[in-house]
Design a protein. Structure first.
Ligand code: TRP
Length: 319
């Protein structure tokens, strides 16, 4: 199922890790979160009561997937960061009902999660070819199969995990590959009361914390690094200046970590941050503007009555 060679992907991840650990604030690339254990923990997060995102998205898909399917008339559904592709099934059902769908291409960083989800989906949708791809959607857009009309899905507010510049590059590249007749459906979490955001990323059972700490475990395993969990506290807080949840760890006391696999020593001060992910929350006007600048046109913006979450259908802007 591989496309871009695995060795290239690891090398790029290692380079980004060096850069991130030398940056201010220090951060780790998101990819470290999603190894097999991380993908399982993420699936567990999606079932937490305080983590409202997947449920809101599912309700919106139940209401509007038929409109999306009718509009897209897609032969190919591509899902970026598909994981276990749970909410995607609502979209698959609608596309099958419209009768255009021939192919489902789930793309994910983690091969194991695709090895589970792809056959399950193939079994549930016998008329559809399921063709999983392993890779990072930031690099792989050019690899996506070009066959037929495409609907590209990006669910779970994963778009919020990109930094603004990454998001801009991603949206531009996407507008470029969508071509005539392509469509893009994206689930986006919206700005809301910080207390609810805080609760969504700080579950009492510690599943989110375990998910974030797994990034250190993954770096230790692959690069022989000496990160020690007890030297860090979990920290996820709302940053009103950036409209994002800033999620990661903080050093409890000053100490140095060595990472032989990168020939790197990293010193932390007491209280210093190690960011593992940002989760941006959006406002409609800014979102509209960004899509416009990237060459995409918002066709529909659907929200739940409380305004928690939006499901957005975008099309290439007419030149
Ligand atoms: N796309 C998810 C989000 O932004 C990813 C996520 C959920 C996440 N919980 C997390 C990322 C905790 C880091 C830490 O909500």
């Amino acid at each position: 199922m591989a496309n871009a060679p695995v060795a290239d992907r690891r090398l790029r991840l290692h380079e980004e890790t060096v850069r991130g650990l030398q940056a201010e604030p220090k951060h780790l690339p998101t990819a470290w979160l999603y190894d097999e254990r991380g993908s399982r923990l993420y699936a567990e997060i999606t079932r937490l009561p305080a983590y409202y995102l997947p449920r809101r998205e599912r309700e919106l898909l139940r209401s509007y997937a038929p409109d999306i399917a009718a509009r897209a008339q897609a032969e190919t559904l591509v899902e970026l960061g598909a994981g276990s592709a749970t909410n995607t099934r609502v979209l698959l059902d609608a596309l099958v009902y419209v009768g255009t769908l021939e192919r489902f291409v789930p793309l994910d960083l983690n091969e194991e999660v695709l090895r589970e989800s792809a056959p399950a989906i193939a079994a549930a949708y016998p008329g559809i070819a399921v063709e999983p791809l392993v890779g990072d959607f930031l690099d792989e857009l050019a690899w996506l199969p070009a066959a037929g009309r495409r609907l590209v899905a990006f669910l779970g507010s994963t778009i919020g995990n990109l930094y603004p510049l990454q998001r801009r590059a991603f949206l531009r590249a996407l507008a470029g590959v969508l071509g005539d007749g392509g469509a893009f459906v994206v689930g986006v979490d919206l700005v809301k009361d910080p207390r609810r955001l805080q609760a969504a990323y700080n579950d009492r059972g510690g599943v989110t914390e375990a998910f974030v700490r797994n990034a250190l475990t993954a770096v230790n395993a692959e690069l022989d690094a000496t990160f020690e969990q007890r030297r860090f506290d979990f920290d996820a807080r709302w940053d009103p200046a950036h409209d994002w949840m800033d999620i990661g760890l903080r050093a409890r006391q000053a100490h140095t970590v060595s990472i032989p696999g990168l020939e790197l020593e990293v010193s932390f001060e007491a209280g210093e941050q190690l960011r593992v992910e940002v989760s941006t929350k959006f406002r409609r006007e800014a979102f509209d503007r960004e899509f416009g600048l990237a060459g995409l046109r918002l066709d529909s913006w659907w929200t739940d009555p409380a305004g928690d979450f939006a499901l957005v259908l975008a099309l290439p802007a007419v030149p």
